[in-house]
Design a protein around this ligand. Structure first.
Ligand SMILES: Nc1nc2c(ncn2[C@@H]2O[C@H](COP(=O)(O)OP(=O)(O)OP(=O)(O)O)[C@@H](O)[C@H]2O)c(=O)[nH]1
Length: 541
């Protein structure tokens, strides 16, 4: 059945390989308008991603690409509670800061079906994470926190999975292996925003600074800008990815390759959505066209080779062996420290004192309490639906269809929490039944850690949602107050107009008694009184 002469079987075999392809995740980060979306399209040689302002006429996907999960918002934070990616520009609300939106798109990069060469290439299950709204806020710390939280959560998900006794065979690793940080082509080195953000994300991923829209520079200007950025990187100790080779371990070719890559770092790219007749991406200027793949103008091709070829495995290895391992060690030691601390604190009379104490959620003592009693001790815990601090919106009598998306997400989180609690309760007898103290300790750590991490994540999400909801409510209140004020002003105006009108008609009534108005000037409103006066005048005559 698997004979190469039978195309369907061949297809089937490829499909099976697809499932075992390399998982690879990339983050595009940097201020708005630096060309991240255009770069993403060029990277995948497809016009797949629409721009935030404007649109793409020619939606087109390379034959090598298969979209496995279309673009979706994976995380966002904004003052008005709407992802900036979804809310278009609205002049009436321009004063509201957009916050940040993180989107994810999953594609499968395979072989071009028209390619007849025998070369077997492994499929890449590629996740592209894009960020929107950085640099557009008065206070960008909101963006820093959101991105770092997202990256940390992906580490937590893996940590939780690793410490689980029964692993999920279909587990998806979503850790970000490489982040491209797009520096604005100012020619003035790095800004504080760039320094801070690169520093923060470099804890969780390999960071490559990229000079965006490199066609803004002449050759000399570009080399000066490169130098300034490299100096800033050194001066502010930004741990960006370095192209280094080990002379004792690596071959000469690798050493030379890394040396030359190190010399051209940061890569400078020119991108475009436009193609010429031959299918090459170009940028059109009044003075002519340039090919974005031209190595004299842009490092795009070199960067593509680094990302999908020479350094893909190294990015993955560094993420796993260095960044993740450091994070894991730190996290587990903090979890076991807090466990020991909670054991020391509570001692033997823990059960008696537990009711009196109100520790902050999440903590391991809370989990111990949860496992034993089915309740969190903490008064601040958000995980138990019955103890949930009732925000007015959450407890309102509205029907499902009337619910805001935020409330619906809140409800799904509540359900998720309840499910976790149920599963912990089901697993708990095993923790208590084991007689060996060391094994019990290990087992309880391995069983507790995933839940602690998941619980922390859920609480963070829930707190974020509540914050968003409070912000929306506040904004709504301000708008209501504004509208009420407007209505009040209008009423006052109306009253004034009426008053003025009444004054006018009474003065005209007074003047009518002395000067008779021509018939054509009689107004509709004063017809009745005027007619009465005319009649009375007539009678007098
Ligand atoms: N001159 C020049 N313009 C570019 C280049 N790359 C992209 N642009 C243009 O820059 C503008 C912004 O590009 P986008 O790709 O939408 O930028 P972005 O970083 O994704 O923007 P956000 O979605 O707001 O974060 C568009 O008009 C692009 O056509 C480039 O290399 N050179």
């Amino acid at each position: 059945m698997d004979s190469p002469s039978q195309p369907p079987a061949n297809l089937f075999r490829r499909k099976k390989e697809n499932k075992r392809g390399i998982t690879y995740t990339m983050l595009l980060c940097g201020p708005s308008g630096t060309g991240k979306t255009t770069f993403a399209n060029n990277l995948l040689e497809s016009n797949l991603f629409p721009h935030r302002y404007g649109h793409l006429d020619n939606y087109e996907i390379s034959p090598r690409i298969r979209v496995s999960s279309p673009t979706k918002v994976v995380s966002f934070n904004s003052k008005n509670g709407i992802p900036s990616y979804m809310s278009g520009f609205d002049a009436a609300r321009a004063e509201l800061e957009p916050g940040i939106t993180i989107t994810s798109t999953s594609v499968e990069i395979g072989r071009d079906p028209t390619d007849v060469s025998d070369e077997e290439e492994e499929n890449i299950l590629f996740n592209l994470i894009n960020t929107h709204g950085i640099g557009e806020n008065l206070d960008d710390s909101l963006c820093f926190d959101e991105i770092t939280l997202y990256l940390e959560q992906q580490f937590d998900i893996v940590l939780a999975e690793e410490t689980r006794i029964r692993r999920n065979p279909r587990f998806e690793d979503t850790r970000v292996h490489v982040a491209l940080y797009f520096v604005e082509p100012t020619g003035h080195g790095l800004r504080e925003l760039d320094v801070q953000l690169m520093k923060k994300i470099s804890r969780y991923t390999n960071v490559l600074p990229i000079i965006s829209r490199a066609d803004s520079f002449t050759k000399e200007e570009l080399s000066i800008f490169r130098k300034t950025i490299n100096e800033d990187i050194q001066r502010f100790h930004i741990p960006v990815f370095k192209f280094e080779a080990d002379p004792d371990e690596d071959d000469l070719e690798t050493i030379e390759e890394n040396q030359s890559l190190s010399n051209i770092q940061p890569f400078a790219v020119v991108c475009s959505d436009l193609k010429d007749k031959n299918g090459n991406y170009i940028r059109k200027y009044t003075w002519g066209d340039i090919l974005i793949n031209d190595p004299n103008i842009s490092d795009l091709n070199i960067l593509k080779n680094v990302l999908f070829g020479s350094h893909l495995q190294e990015f993955k290895d560094t993420t796993q062996n260095l960044l993740y391992e450091n994070y894991r060690a730190e996290k587990l030691s903090s979890v076991s420290d807090s466990r020991n601390a909670s054991q020391d604190l509570h001692g033997s009379n823990e059960s008696e004192e537990s009711d009196k104490r109100h520790s902050a959620a999440p903590s391991l003592s809370n989990f111990a309490s949860l496992v034993n009693t089915g309740h969190f001790k903490s008064s601040q815990s958000l995980a138990l639906s019955s103890d949930l601090p009732a925000t007015p919106e959450l407890n309102s009598n509205k029907t499902e269809t009337e619910d805001s998306p935020i409330r619906q997400i809140s409800r799904s989180i509540k359900n998720e929490n309840e499910e976790i609690i149920r599963s912990i309760k089901q697993e708990s007898p095993r923790i208590q039944s084991n007689s060996n103290p060391d094994r019990t300790k290990l087992r309880s750590i391995s069983e507790t850690v995933p839940y602690v991490l998941r619980h922390e994540r859920i609480i963070a999400r829930q707190q974020k949602l509540e914050k968003l909801e409070a912000q929306s409510a506040k904004e709504l209140q301000i708008r209501i107050a504004e509208l009420e004020k407007k209505a009040h002003d209008l009423k006052l105006k109306e009253k004034l107009l009426r008053q003025r009108h009444l004054d006018q008609s009474s003065s005209s009534l007074a003047s009518n008694t002395t000067v008779s108005r021509p018939q054509s000037q009689i107004k509709k409103e004063d017809t009745y009184t005027d007619l009465a006066s005319i009649a009375s005048n007539k009678n007098k005559v």
